[in-house]
Design a protein around this ligand. Structure first.
Ligand SMILES: [Zn+2]
Length: 438
């Protein structure tokens, strides 16, 4: 459908190296913040690449309004132009790239010229419809998945947008906009530091962040809540550092009483800011820590772990116990579990160790399943295993309910809140104006 369009309009090449990223820095971390600031001054905020959808068999792209299209053809020549009309076009993977309508390209980039979202819809594996309203600029790449020793062609959709605009969608996706402004501002700084850390670490990858809990939940919307906009805009460019290096500022919903050391789950380098703190505030906000309980059959546990690639050995789970109960004031049977040990019976049997946060996510990343790493493992019986615990999330970094309580009941501002959960961390503004920092 777009073929005629390209044949008519693809006269002028932009000559700008369209797929050259507008903002790329060396991936190494640890630059002095003042040098970082100097590097960025005059260049404005960086642009982030979000993996919006992946491994799609086909998709339908709906465009309303004026759109600029740039694509690399199979002959490696660049085609570009813009048009103004409403159109729905089928997008399919080819193995070497993508097909838009009947035209084949290595990759395609589209940019809305009048700020209209680009709509992408597709069928999920259970045949239900899924769709996304993506902001102004997307890239469509070919990729593949491995299945039964074969490579199957698939589509990968990236959204590209200024980091501050991305943060509107993250803050909206990660915290209630009705919460106190200072808690939302603390969340905005944590989300920005996390995102910028990923951008600098993954500059050589095809994208910087996932759009879901694998990075941070991103819910783009053309309408930004005023409270969210205020929190992001008033902290624009502010990130957290320790010893002049960026901090990957993890956050979670409710710690249940104490936050976890990032080294237990995510990092190798010891950082004071990510070493864990006691947090009576989330429990105070809810009168007591939120308890959870989840029971599975032993077969269910084994099946979910195999599906997540955490268990490759055959056999049934006989014993499942927590190892390394950390930070627990109440004895050995309840605390932050760092890893779990499974004892298998069967042909080969043996012991398998699984990181606790991976285990939690494999069982299902919601409150009906294993809600946190702050848990006890009750043996159950021959057929079932029961887990119970407190809080929600991995427990590292900012505790959102604790932050809300600190803002609402203790009168803390966002810098006070960040100092509670990231002890010793220094806030630094890397772009944006200085107005409203305090
Ligand atoms: Zn807490």
């Amino acid at each position: 459908m777009l073929g005629w369009f390209f044949r008519l309009i693809c006269l002028a090449l932009l000559g700008l190296g369209f797929f050259h990223l507008a903002f790329r820095e060396a991936p190494e971390l640890g630059l002095r913040p003042d040098i970082l600031a100097a590097n960025l001054s005059g260049r404005g905020q960086p642009e982030i690449r979000v993996l919006a959808a992946d491994a799609l068999e086909r998709a339908v792209l709906t465009i309303n309004g004026r759109v600029a299209i740039s694509a690399i053809g199979m002959d490696m020549r660049q085609h570009s132009g813009d048009f103004s009309q409403s159109v729905s076009v089928e997008v399919t993977p080819t193995g070497q790239g993508v097909k838009l309508g009947s035209d084949r390209y290595v990759r395609v980039r589209l940019k809305s010229l009048d700020q209209q979202p680009l709509r992408l819809s597709w069928k999920k594996s259970d045949q239900s419809e899924a769709s996304l309203n993506l902001p102004h600029e997307i890239e469509i790449h070919g990729t593949h998945i491995e299945s039964g020793g074969r490579k199957l062609p698939r589509l990968r959709i990236l959204a590209r947008l200024p980091i501050e605009e991305y943060l509107y969608g993250v803050v909206a996706g990660e915290i209630f906009s009705s919460w106190p402004l200072e808690a939302i501002r603390a969340q905005a700084v944590a989300a920005r530091s996390y995102a910028y850390f990923e951008m600098r670490s993954r500059a050589d990858d095809e994208y910087d962040v996932h759009a879901d809990v694998r990075s941070q939940v991103w819910r783009p919307s053309p309408v930004v809540e005023p409270q969210v906009r205020r929190a992001v805009d008033s902290t624009a460019g502010v990130v957290l550092t320790e010893k002049n290096a960026l901090i990957k500022t993890f956050f979670h919903s409710e710690c249940g009483g104490f936050t976890a050391d990032a080294r237990w789950f995510f990092t190798k380098t010891p950082l004071l800011a990510l070493s864990g703190v006691s947090c009576p505030r989330c429990s105070a906000a809810k009168n007591r820590p939120t308890p959870w309980r989840a029971t599975y059959t032993r077969q269910e546990v084994a099946a979910k772990l195999r599906q997540a690639g955490l268990l490759r050995q055959p056999g049934e789970i006989r014993v499942l116990q927590g190892l390394d109960y950390r930070g627990n004031p109440m004895g050995r049977r309840l605390g932050r579990v760092v890893s779990l040990e499974l004892t298998l019976v069967g042909d080969r049997g043996g012991q398998v160790r699984v990181p606790a946060n991976d285990f939690r996510l494999a069982m299902g990343p919601d409150r009906q399943n294993i809600a946190s790493t702050y848990m006890a493992i009750e043996g159950g019986d021959e057929a079932r295993i029961t887990f119970s615990g407190y809080g929600w999330g991995h427990g590292v970094g900012l505790c959102q309910y604790g932050a809300a309580y600190a803002a609402d009941k203790l009168g803390y501002n966002f810098l006070d809140i960040l100092a509670l959960y990231f002890p010793g961390a220094k806030p630094v503004r890397l772009w944006g104006s200085d107005a409203g920092f305090r």
